[in-house]
Design a protein around this ligand. Structure first.
Ligand code: NAP
Length: 276
């Protein structure tokens, strides 16, 4: 192989992918032992980023951390805690106060009907899916701005763009976060820090399996049939994968994405039919 080709390979082909320019940086990925959070953690690890991973259940968290260490050779610290509580955030931030990259995530609020919810239900959803990411940003942005480089990616939902009626709590809380990010992203951008949101459509995770199982039970059909029906509603005719979701996250965290500020990127296989 010629010198130039070798150089190209070394520069651009890192484990088969583009060099994201973030090798050696450190990231906190919340709610990351499974699903979309894990997908983000894995893609960042693949890019050479050292990690702090958070989830409530310790066993799966430790297992995920070990798999990423062994596969990608990066440092992985873990904090088993509920990120939506003040105590859980304090524990996590003790380990993650020096991160360059923040990926916020947590479980979503339960479904229901607009007339069923009381003040406490709204406060719970807003706490988990709006005020938790905001508190994490408020803690971690100052250091990122001080070093003139940082990346924040919030995992929200397609429901921000097209509301899912039975997920009223989620629609409300996540839209609130989206409004906060829209303004704040412009305030921190002069300091080399970007904040963007990723909006998942249906992805192949434990949550999607649970939704299929519930739909199957209600319609008296098999889980596979429920999934086939849902897949038929998506132009891509399949669910998204945590791996492709994670790579979109890693790209937004890369050095190449520094001019992408305050955006909401929908990953839904074309499910929401809209021109913009
Ligand atoms: P998942 O497969 O069920 O994984 C959730 C992960 O988050 C697990 O690692 C879980 O571990 C952790 N977690 C949950 N609550 C937590 C908390 N309070 N503190 C710390 N860790 C927590 O879910 P997912 O499908 O990846 O969904 C992630 C987010 O994307 C959710 O908010 C969901 O509503 C949203 N979303 C998902 C889809 C989809 O199709 N998958 C579509 C739209 C939006 P522990 O349980 O051990 O804590």
């Amino acid at each position: 192989m010629g010198g130039l080709s070798r150089q190209c390979c070394a520069r651009f082909l890192n484990g088969g992918g583009m060099d994201l320019g973030i090798r050696g940086k450190r990231a906190l990925v919340c709610a990351a032992s499974k699903g979309l959070g894990r997908g983000c953690a894995e893609a960042l690890a693949e890019a050479g980023v050292n990690l702090v991973l958070n989830a409530r259940g310790e066993e799966t968290l430790l297992q995920t951390a070990e798999e990423l260490r062994v596969t990608y050779g990066v440092d992985v610290a873990t904090v088993a805690a509920d990120i939506t509580t003040e105590g859980g955030r304090a524990e996590t931030l003790e380990v993650a106060s020096d991160v360059d990259i923040l990926v916020t995530n947590a479980g979503g609020p339960p479904p229901g009907h607009w007339s069923d919810w009381y003040r406490e239900d709204f406060i719970g959803a807003i706490d988990a899916n709006m005020l938790t990411p905001i508190a994490l940003m408020q803690s971690l942005l100052p250091r990122m701005m001080g070093q003139n480089w940082g990346r924040v990616v919030n995992i929200t939902s397609q429901s921000v763009k097209a509301p899912i009626p039975q997920l009223g709590l989620s629609n409300a809380a996540r839209t609130g976060l989206t409004g906060f990010v829209a303004g704040t992203a412009r305030q921190v951008a002069p300091h080399g820090v970007t904040i963007n949101n990723l909006l998942p459509g249906i992805h192949d995770t434990a949550r999607a399996d649970a939704l299929d199982a519930a739909a199957a039970a209600e319609a008296g059909i098999s889980v596979q049939e429920a999934r086939t029906r849902r897949e038929a509603t998506i132009p891509a005719r399949r669910y998204g994968t945590p791996a492709e979701f994670g790579r979109a996250c890693a790209y937004l965290c890369s050095t190449h994405a520094g001019f992408i500020v305050g955006q909401n990127l929908l990953l839904d296989g074309g499910a929401i039919s809209a021109t913009l």
